[in-house]
Design a protein around this ligand. Structure first.
Ligand code: RIB
Length: 290
């Protein structure tokens, strides 16, 4: 089986700051590093490092070859990433000493993916493969509909959260992952709680409290605890969790077992500074002693 990821690709410009800036403030950074990032790219790298076969569907600009090369180095199939005139997406990320962040996104090429490009990629997917989407590209609803028609397992990570974007893909979803606040916002927008969305598997991540799985088939709820670590940078930890869960599901692992592995991967991730480039591989995760 394989994972098909319609996903963003960003250059992450990460600034260490003494505190997150407030309106009108000019703040000197104490450090700067650049990483490969984007919620989509982070998920592709996480799933690939967790031993899944991942095809990334996305777009970069004229200067974006480095990002495609980097994804390839991490084992991601990049044949369905196009290069066009719109500049590569980037993110300006401030990280404070507690590891909390603030992110400004420039979507760029991530919102210029062609419908033909998407269709051509998905014709190569097989029934039972996983299709994953996030809210940093265009064509999410189109992809979800195509995926459903083709018998793919359609998954959505509702980040960055927008209730309308989730609602547009909801009828096609087999799997939805979102955080506690987003689950509350979705409830306010739809009147439905996580267990009544009509989606087979829903995971709500709850930060230091762990994650909760709502099994729509069995009508059961399971909690997975978070692991106790001191964070230095929480950026990309959620994407790492999602990528590891998807890779586990792709291997036929029970979802709770995949969530356990994903919790370890994201715990390791928050102890590292950076995004896609520092996502731990399966061996590191298995060997990690918490
Ligand atoms: O979730 C973290 C990601 O959000 C970063 O890599 C950044 O590019 C933004 O997409």
């Amino acid at each position: 089986m394989a994972i098909w990821n319609l996903g963003s690709i960003n250059a992450d410009m990460v600034y260490a700051v003494p505190h997150l800036p407030v309106a009108g403030e000019t703040l000197a950074a104490t450090g700067f590093q650049q990483f490969l990032g984007g919620k989509g790219a982070n998920m592709s790298v996480a799933a690939s490092r967790a031993a899944a076969h991942v095809h990334h569907i996305g777009a970069v600009g004229p200067e974006g070859k480095w990002a495609v090369d980097r994804l390839m180095e991490y084992g991601v199939d990049t044949r369905h990433i196009s290069q066009g005139d719109t500049p590569t997406g980037h993110a300006i990320i401030a990280v404070d000493p507690q590891g909390e962040n603030q992110i400004i996104l420039f979507p760029g090429a991530n919102r210029a993916i062609g419908v033909d490009q998407l269709g051509q990629a998905l014709t190569q997917a097989n029934s039972g493969d996983i299709l994953v989407l996030q809210n940093e590209t265009n064509l999410q609803a189109e992809a979800a509909g195509m995926g459903r028609d083709m018998g793919l397992h359609v998954c959505y990570a509702a980040a960055p959260f927008q209730a309308e974007a989730v609602q547009a893909v909801l009828p096609h979803l087999d799997f939805l992952i979102l955080n506690e606040l987003e689950a509350t916002q979705l409830h306010a927008a739809t009147g439905k709680s996580a267990d009544s969305l009509g989606v087979r598997d829903v995971i709500v991540t709850m930060g230091a409290k762990g994650a909760r799985h709502f099994d729509g088939q069995a009508g059961a709820v399971h909690d997975i605890p978070a692991l106790p670590v001191t964070p230095v940078d929480t950026t990309g930890a959620g994407d790492t969790f999602t990528g590891y869960v998807l890779a586990g599901m792709d291997r036929g692992m029970p979802i709770r077992q995949a969530m356990g592995l994903a919790a370890k991967a994201s715990a390791l991730m928050v102890t590292r500074k950076g995004t896609a480039d520092v996502i731990p591989d399966l061996k590191e995760v298995q060997d990690a002693d918490f």
